[in-house]
Design a protein around this ligand. Structure first.
Ligand SMILES: [Zn+2]
Ligand SMILES: [Zn+2]
Length: 537
């Protein structure tokens, strides 16, 4: 959920440029929520001074919130040709998505956006056209690295432009805002070229069908798989819309030139097992993606059989281990052979490890380092590394902190802006506190009870009362239905209240609520949400 805001100028005449506008994905702690979006209250407040949104690259955690948040800002958006084409292709799939005016920027391009003098510098990552951003200001230069690694052979597109970084270093960089994802990891991330070799070896050894699951946007990986397939006289079949979309966009931009055509799902059925490699969506265990459907035998056209190989050419994002594990178990049960990055060189990270980070710091020599893009442990490892390579000042900030970088060499937090998340829940975007998701989580843990009682003026029950249970066990340990247990305490509770006080609806409701929760807790060990309505006749 990356979103950075750069400001320039005195407080009463400050202009802002947003760099990236990403989403995050909800885990089981937010039941029913599709996406997590950044809370942009502060940006909305300064909207008239926001000159644009600059996207560093086309990963969801960097540009996925545009559709939902742009309508509140309505400012020009800038991104690379690949990002713009992929964004446009995704828009076609989303009914009602806003048309966002987008200016396409090439890697290496320098231009002004309002008072911001920016230059995009090509880096390597795990998709086409990732960029770092250099800001030139009268007080000095600031480098925002975006997501990067050093890969001299990225497979598709330009490698990281170390020459340009060297020139910029000679110009001088005051502050560097840099990716922390792999800061705890020693060494260097392997090259995409190593993965291409590893992939070719695994595919070369397979005797039956091969399927490879990847992050859809990783065009270089798609290329590596296609080359390995061609070398082994196999056709590539695409299973899953997200990969189809990326292949179409990348083909249009010439990134897949020189490869045999990709085939659609129908071809999977009639190609001989040793003549096919399938590219499949769902490397993170997404239940609606092709891999999950095939693993659980729910796919309408495609099935695996014993002896087939499935290559997980991806990293499992923390939080998805269970879903991915379930798929791998289902596949193994069917006799499918699984290959992950633990077994062979079939994946590499798109982020720099320590030696790469040290190399860039030694080249750029910033006076200030600001670690970003990581959890606390990553930021701390990054800070320690930056100090060890001689960066004079390292600042770890919290989300929402407004850091005054320039002029001078004493970066200071001057303000804390409101930050947090919004959840996209069905068709609504809301703060979590008012989204109902907190209650929903409670209900998923201990269920809910709704009770309606009708009383007359004298405080006597009129007729039967209604009890509805949602998500409670049917019976307790002695086989007594919970419905009866609850009905018993409702009557008892009303009788125990002195007649005079039974005229107070709220008092009666609260007394019933307490005794119901307490008796359920006695029999079950959990307290459900309980709602009581008292009606008078
Ligand atoms: Zn990225
Ligand atoms: Zn990222």
């Amino acid at each position: 959920m990356n979103l950075a805001l750069y400001g320039i100028g005195p407080e009463d005449a400050r202009k802002w440029l947003m760099v990236d506008c990403g989403v995050s994905f909800a885990g089981p702690d937010l039941p029913g929520v599709d996406l997590i979006l950044p809370d942009i209250r502060f940006v909305e407040k300064v909207r008239k001074d926001l000159v644009g949104i600059l996207i560093t690259h086309a990963h969801e955690d960097h540009y996925g919130a545009l559709y939902d948040l742009w309508p509140r800002l309505e400012v020009p958006v800038f991104m690379s040709p690949f990002a713009a084409a992929l964004h446009a292709a995704k828009r076609e799939m989303e009914p009602g998505a806003p048309k966002i005016p987008t200016t396409v920027l090439q890697q290496g391009e320098r231009r002004s956006i309002g008072p911001f003098d920016i230059e995009l510098i090509a880096v390597s990552h795990s998709l086409p056209e990732p960029n770092a951003v250099l800001f030139r200001t009268p007080f000095g230069n600031v480098l925002h690295t975006g997501d990067w690694k050093i890969d001299p052979e990225p497979g598709v597109g330009k490698p990281i432009d170390m020459t340009r970084f060297g020139e910029i270093a000679r110009e001088g960089v005051e502050a560097m805002i840099c990716d922390s994802t792999n800061a705890p990891r020693e060494g260097r991330s392997p090259s995409e070229a190593d993965v291409a070799k590893g992939m070719a070896e695994v595919i070369g050894k397979a005797t039956k069908r091969v399927a490879v699951t990847i992050f859809a946007s990783n065009v270089a990986r798609i290329r590596s798989v296609a080359q390995a397939a061609a070398a082994n006289d196999r056709d590539v079949v695409i299973l899953g819309r997200a990969i189809r979309r990326v292949v179409d966009v990348a083909t249009e931009l010439g990134m897949l030139d020189g490869l045999p055509p990709f085939r659609d799902e129908e071809a999977y059925g009639y190609l001989p097992p040793d003549k096919v490699v399938a590219l499949i969506t769902g490397s993170q265990g997404e239940p609606r993606a092709a891999l999950s459907k095939i693993a659980f035998d729910e796919h309408r056209n495609v099935a695996f059989s014993a002896g087939d190989t499935v290559i997980f050419s991806s990293r499992t994002i923390p939080g998805n281990e269970k879903a991915v594990g379930a798929i791998q178990n289902a596949l193994v049960t069917q006799g499918v052979k699984i290959v992950t990055d633990k077994d062979a060189m079939v994946h590499t990270s798109g982020h720099p490890r320590r030696d790469e980070m040290a190399e860039l710091y030694r080249l750029i020599k910033p006076k200030v380092a600001v670690p970003v893009h990581g959890e606390a442990v990553h930021l701390a490892a990054h800070a320690e590394l930056a100090r060890s390579v001689g960066v004079p000042k390292v600042v770890i900030t919290k989300n929402g902190a407004m850091l005054r970088l320039l002029p001078g060499d004493e970066p200071t937090v001057i303000e804390h802006t409101p930050v947090g998340i919004q959840v996209k829940d069905g068709s609504l975007i809301r703060a979590p506190e008012v989204s109902g998701v907190v209650e929903r989580r409670k209900i998923s843990f201990a269920g809910a009870v709704a009770i309606s009682v009708v009383m007359d003026d004298r405080g006597d029950l009129v007729g039967d009362f209604a009890v509805s249970l949602f998500g409670l066990p049917h019976v307790d340990e002695r086989d007594t239905p919970f419905r009866d247990v609850i009905a018993g305490v409702v009557e008892g509770t009303i009788e125990s209240i002195p007649r005079q006080r039974r005229r107070d609806d709220e008092m009666v409701a609260e007394a019933i609520r307490r005794s119901v929760r307490s008796v359920v807790n006695e029999r079950w060990g959990k307290k459900p949400i309980c709602d009581v309505t008292v009606l008078r006749v």
